[in-house]
Design a protein. Structure first.
Length: 255
């Protein structure tokens, strides 16, 4: 959305702090032996305590308050009593919500406990690439150039990007224009980031796959060539200089 008055900025800051705090607390709550359903319900209670509503449920009737993807699941993992977290699991939590007509989105991948499967380098790459991408965004920058930066940095680290998942505009709904802030460059895309708009920037960094494929449940996405995928996401306000990271309460670069 385009921020045109102070009340809109306040509204976006408020919901962004809610989803950021929820993501951080869920990440801290995750432990060996609990189910992803239990983790999701914990997140749902936090959202409710702020008066916020789950965006995936409100928008798409997703069967959970948050998306929790474990190991080979690339995105949109459905919380389940049957999925019990284990030592060394690669976990992604994606939290988006609505409050007072404003919407915000963030997510993060992390290794639970000891990194016995060596997922941490992939996590670090995704997190660091998001940091670089966000720091390169300001009004007038081509969206395609940020996609190029993300893919180039992924290749340097020995990884690939998922090409059919993307960042997006956010604010008055969960997904707004620009709809495809991709992790690679589309040369024909001449669209530029606009000052005073809010967008969700997210990395999808992969070991093997380049396409996310929907499973029979209609939600769960896995890589077309297997392997693992990490995602990190922040909602930001674009300026003439450094962007304002609205979801910074998630402490993404602190863990």
């Amino acid at each position: 959305m385009s921020i045109s008055k102070e009340s809109e900025l306040i509204g976006m800051k408020k919901i962004s702090e809610v989803v950021g705090t929820t993501l951080r607390l869920m990440t801290e709550f995750a432990k060996v032996g609990i189910s992803t359903k239990e983790l999701d319900e914990y997140g749902g209670e936090i959202l409710k305590s702020y008066g916020a509503k789950s965006a995936p449920y409100e928008t798409y009737k997703f069967p959970g308050y948050t998306c929790i993807s474990v190991n080979e699941v690339a995105a949109h993992g459905i919380p389940s009593e049957k999925i019990i977290l284990k030592e060394g699991d690669l976990i992604n939590i994606d939290v988006s919500a609505e409050l007072n007509g404003f919407w915000s989105d963030n997510g993060g991948s992390f290794v639970l406990g000891e990194d016995i499967h060596n997922h941490q380098p992939l996590v670090d790459a995704s997190k660091n690439i998001l940091h670089k991408a966000i720091n390169a965004i300001k009004g007038g920058v081509k969206i395609a150039d940020i996609g190029h930066l993300i893919e180039t940095e992924a290749r340097k680290s020995g990884y690939k990007v998922i090409k059919n998942l993307a960042g997006h505009g956010v604010g008055r709904s969960l997904h707004e224009k620009p709809e495809d802030i991709l992790n690679y460059r589309v040369k024909s895309n001449r669209e530029r980031f606009k000052k005073n708009t809010t967008v969700a920037i997210e990395t999808f960094i992969s070991t093997n796959s380049t396409i996310a494929v929907e499973q029979n449940d209609g939600w769960t996405l896995v890589g077309n060539k297997g392997g693992f995928v990490t995602q990190h996401e922040q909602t930001i306000l674009i300026t003439d200089g450094a962007p304002v990271i609205l979801t910074k309460a998630n402490g993404l670069w602190e863990y």
